[in-house]
Ligand binder design. Structure first.
Ligand SMILES: Cc1cc2nc3c(=O)[nH]c(=O)nc-3n(C[C@H](O)[C@H](O)[C@H](O)COP(=O)(O)OP(=O)(O)OC[C@H]3O[C@@H](n4cnc5c(N)ncnc54)[C@H](O)[C@@H]3O)c2cc1C
Length: 289
């Protein structure tokens, strides 16, 4: 199907794009890689009158290590994330996730910032950024602000970004010593999206106890979340198959699970618990104490 007619704009700077966003209001939409927005426009689920193409803007792409924080530009593509050397050593969970996003065409065009702004409940990165304790940097008419990742995903396809803001970068603390990570995904064989995806980041003490654990779950509910009961059960424990399996039992506590043509809720519950168990055990193994 063809989208409704729209006017295409190509701003030359972030300020220029912000001015357009302010001018067009609800009838304007940012366009980055286009791999989520254009499909919904073609299905006529979205009908912006103005597309503001930020894909050519300078300074919004690439990965930089600044002390012990990794900064990633919003326009960095999935392919760049999958192959970046800084990320591989400082936040290897992200390349691991990027490699299982869609297919090569999607990875070449789609952007990290676009994926997070879209806040699709079946997208992969939300699990990872929750587990990595990321911060989102956004610019709007009143300047720049930073949003902790725990406050970023607020509902189905809804993030904490205001309509007149641009997500400019994502900041991630570099992984500490003795920290392991893992992304486990049950993939929809048709689309590649996550029916459920689980990211885990685990730090061990010298005597093999878990000193910190963050887990992110995507695909299971309306939005990505951290199963904090799982994290609480893990911290302080000496992990083994049984203790991690017991902790994973709380993975869907308090969550209203999605039930759709891809998977009913009870199946999603079982998959989520299993993937949490697997992701945590692999993260522990990789923490390598
Ligand atoms: C066939 C196919 C398979 C896919 N498989 C997967 C998969 O397995 N896993 C997965 O996670 N995703 C998958 N995707 C989605 C893909 O990862 C998209 O690239 C991503 O979700 C959106 O990024 P984008 O740059 O394409 O954003 P766009 O489509 O350009 O924009 C998406 C939304 O975000 C807004 N936006 C974009 N950039 C910004 C910004 N900087 N600041 C504020 N708002 C912004 C736009 O206005 C729009 O509302 C798939 C897509 C396709 C077409």
């Amino acid at each position: 199907m063809h989208p409704y007619p729209f006017t295409y704009h190509r701003p030359t700077s972030i300020d220029d794009a912000l001015t357009m966003l302010g001018e067009f209001g609800d009838s304007g939409k940012l366009l980055a890689g286009g791999h989520s927005l254009l499909p919904v426009m073609k299905l006529r689920l979205a009908q912006p009158e103005h597309l503001i193409d930020i894909s050519g803007l300078a300074g919004l792409s690439g990965v930089r290590l600044d002390g012990d924080v990794v900064g990633i530009g919003a326009l960095t593509t999935h392919h760049q994330l999958a192959t970046d050397a800084i990320l591989e050593t400082s936040a290897g969970l992200l390349p691991e996730i990027a490699r299982v996003v869609g297919d090569q065409q999607v990875r070449n065009r789609g952007t990290f910032g676009g994926a997070l702004a879209h806040a699709d409940p079946a997208a992969d990165y939300p699990a990872g950024v929750l587990a990595l304790n990321a911060e989102i940097v956004a610019r709007g008419p009143n300047g720049e602000r930073t949003i902790p990742i725990d406050d970023f995903f607020v509902d189905f396809l809804t993030s904490a970004l205001e309509p007149d803001e641009i997500l400019t970068s994502i900041r991630i603390p570099a992984l500490a010593a003795n920290t392991g990570y893992r992304y486990e995904k049950l993939q929809n064989p048709a689309s590649g999206y996550a029916i459920v995806g689980v990211a885990a980041v685990v730090t061990l003490t010298a005597d093999g106890k878990i000193s910190a654990a963050r887990v992110g779950v995507t695909g299971a509910g309306d939005m990505a979340y951290r199963p904090q009961a799982v994290e609480n059960a893990l911290v302080g424990s000496t992990p083994n198959e049984d203790s991690v399996k017991a902790a994973a039992e709380s993975a869907v506590d308090g969550i209203e699970l999605l039930s759709d043509i891809h998977a009913p809720a009870d199946y999603r519950a079982r998959v989520t618990k299993n993937l949490v168990r697997r992701a945590v055990l692999k993260a522990v193994e990789r923490a390598g104490v």
